[in-house]
Ligand binder design. Structure first.
Ligand code: NAP
Length: 257
């Protein structure tokens, strides 16, 4: 496959389109970066393409709206930026054979929780892969906020280029996603299979905090999320990602409000 920006696509018949399901901060934020980096994006949500007119206008002519089914039919690499509880509603048949980027974090609520995750038997991404049995799931974009994605991108080789961790069970899919990250302006650090993705889940040292300055003390979880969304980005090197991942100890899964 291989990623090519629009300007290069005129002479190379290669992938230049990112599919996106879910247009909250993550879907819309990654779309912004992708368009700015020269890719096409096809976006979808649960309410239908007509509800995306404002976002498509803001993103510009390299963005278009579709249904999730059309995104799956027309693109090979698809960001599933939906609430983790909604992953079971992603279509296994439509996403069969596709590379699915999983940015979803397990949010523990009284109404919805998964005992396998609470017992640390599986990671949330293993459950996503189990549901999307024929897809090639790569865990990525779950540990960095989209404001920071849109601030920290740098050209390849820049001394302060930021690294983003990824996990997956399919080496070729991970290579493809590393290529996408490079086009978006980031280094990729492969931290192993989906079973290891607890190393970058909520509550770990690699989750969100190293990409922002130290947060004020005493914030509630909701206030912390709001603070991160407004915080300036702090570059994080690949070496530091590896160091933090190696030192991480597995704790209780999920983000607790
Ligand atoms: N917010 C962050 O800073 C952040 C950072 C890293 C990772 N994450 C994770 O990334 C994921 C996305 O987070 P988010 O905050 O951007 O958005 P979100 O509030 O979790 O998800 C909202 C989006 O998902 C769509 N959606 C829900 N169910 C769907 C379905 N069955 N089919 C198609 N679309 C569906 C919604 O469609 P409608 O618009 O039509 O309702 C909406 O566009 C979450 O799992 C979250 O845990 C979030």
């Amino acid at each position: 496959m291989g990623w090519r920006k629009n300007i290069e696509r005129r002479t190379h018949m290669t992938t230049s389109t990112l599919g996106i399901i879910g247009t909250g901060p993550v879907g819309a934020g990654v779309a912004r970066r992708a368009v700015d980096a020269g890719l096409d994006v096809v976006l979808s949500n649960s309410r239908g393409p007509e509800s995306l007119t404002g976002l498509i206008t803001a993103l510009g002519r390299n963005a278009r709206a579709a249904t999730p089914a059309e995104v799956a039919r027309t693109t090979d690499v698809i960001l599933a930026a939906v609430p983790f509880a909604a992953h079971e509603r992603l279509s296994r048949a439509e996403l069969d054979g596709k590379i699915v980027l999983d940015p979803m974090n397990y949010v523990v609520t009284d109404e919805w929780r998964r005992p396998e995750l609470d017992r640390d038997e599986l990671t949330s991404s293993e459950l996503v892969q189990r549901h999307l049995a024929g897809s090639r799931v790569v865990k990525v974009f779950h540990s960095i906020g989209s404001p920071q994605i849109n601030q920290l991108h740098r050209a390849g080789g820049a001394a302060d280029r930021t690294a983003i961790p990824l996990h997956g069970d399919d080496p070729a899919a991970k290579k493809e996603v590393a290529g996408l990250l490079d086009v978006l302006g980031f280094d990729a650090v492969d931290l192993g299979p989906l079973a290891q993705s607890w190393r970058t889940e909520p509550g770990t040292p690699l989750y969100a905090t190293p990409y922002v300055p130290p947060a004020p003390a005493g914030l509630t979880p909701a206030e912390w999320v709001e603070w991160v969304q407004a915080a300036p980005g702090v570059p994080l090197s690949a070496a530091r990602v590896e160091e933090l991942a190696a030192a991480t100890v597995r704790g209780p899964a999920g983000f607790r409000w």
